[in-house]
Design a protein around this ligand. Sequence first.
Ligand code: NDP
Length: 444
Amino acid sequence: MSYVDEVMERVIAKNPSEKEFHQAVKEVLDSLRVVIEKNEEKFRKDALLERITEPERVISFRVPWVDDKGQVQVNRGFRVQFSSAIGPYKGGLRLHPSVNQGIIKFLGFEQIFKNSLTGLPIGGGKGGADFDPKGKSDREIMAFCQSFMTELFKYIGKDTDVPAGDIGVGGREIGYLYGQYKRLTGLYEGVLTGKGLTYGGSLARTEATGYGLVYITSEMLKANGMELAGKTVVISGSGNVAIYAAQKATQLGAKVVTMSDSNGYVYDPEGIDLALVKEIKEVKRGRIKEYAEAKPSAKYTEGKGVWTVPCDIALPCATQNELDLDDAKALKANGCFAVAEGANMPSTREATDFFLESGMLFMPGKAANAGGVATSALEMSQNSQRMSWTFEEVDAKLHQIMVDIFKKVDEASKKYGLEKNYVAGANIAGFEKVVEAMNAQGIV
Ligand code: NDP
């Protein structure tokens, strides 16, 4: 049996219930076969793949808090410190009822390669809790965040582990978490990114993941003789990534016609009115359905059908496994020729394989959404220097980082004879830097 297959079997046996983790590891290891098989005995002797698939540390803890009725609630918190080979652990915190150890491990594993691709000195980590922020009052959110940080603060620090936002964690939550960290430690330091601008945040961090997604999509189109302007774009989700992807795509001359949430999607053939989406989602914290109630040209459809809307480009920006094989086929049948992932692992393995085999352009999340963590690293740099850069400075750096990521991914795919397979390119380019750092640091 090949070394890759041996390790895959072991990962499944050791982590039996963590199906998203298996999925993420399998995708990466399958891409790495061409690299591993050239030097299989050395990789096996060094147990390189066993080491890279085993987190350095998994922390799991109780998060008790009191709701507005006086009822005590208990959630489970996690922080997975996956790899510090190239820098301090870096990766977001997710608050969603679906959160479990397998989901946090899949996200932490992906983060290792994504962070490596940015070219910045950041290792891989991820965290969160099975807490549902939907429908909670501000006081309940604060009570939860304070309790969560009261345990988490023991394990993080500006030079060891720097969390950020993810699903369910935006500016409000980062503020409460930061306040509690400062109160517990007495330290005013850049321990979290995505902070507000009045207490150490970076301009353009809010926009970064969505903007970066559109920058790399443009690069991919350019490299294939096309451009974004004039194209019709379907976007899923209506959170941080989706909103700012829609904003940048619109600025660059594309027409975005959909947005969704976990209840359904809106289709607006006139182009999505982003001011209205922001009012519903960022101010009122409402549902996407309200968009169609306010805008006569839009139609709301309950359920998951967003991928049946005809488009040129699809940008999945909601959550993992939101786009399956049938969705991929529907996109292709309706004329879609390019897909770039704003979310982490939004396409199932079958959908990804279909995109690659049917000749569609496909940019995987670990490259396409790396602009968020890259800008978080820029926030860390500004905090260390006690400086703030302008929006234009940060945006220009973000743009350059995304151009460079595309170049690395494209070159790695060509180096191994897998031209236009950006999944392989991203996995290989991310892996090579981490392995070099691991080898240099010995068996640790
Ligand atoms: P938000 O919480 O701001 O928004 C999430 C959006 O996705 C909401 O519209 C939400 O709808 C929808 N969604 C969440 N879960 C589901 C589900 N199970 N089914 C259908 N829709 C769902 O999160 P972000 O925009 O920050 O994150 C979106 C994705 O991007 C995630 O995969 C995240 O890991 C990834 N990402 C985020 C980065 C960032 O900087 N924020 C960086 C890199 C990747 P509803 O309100 O109904 O739950």
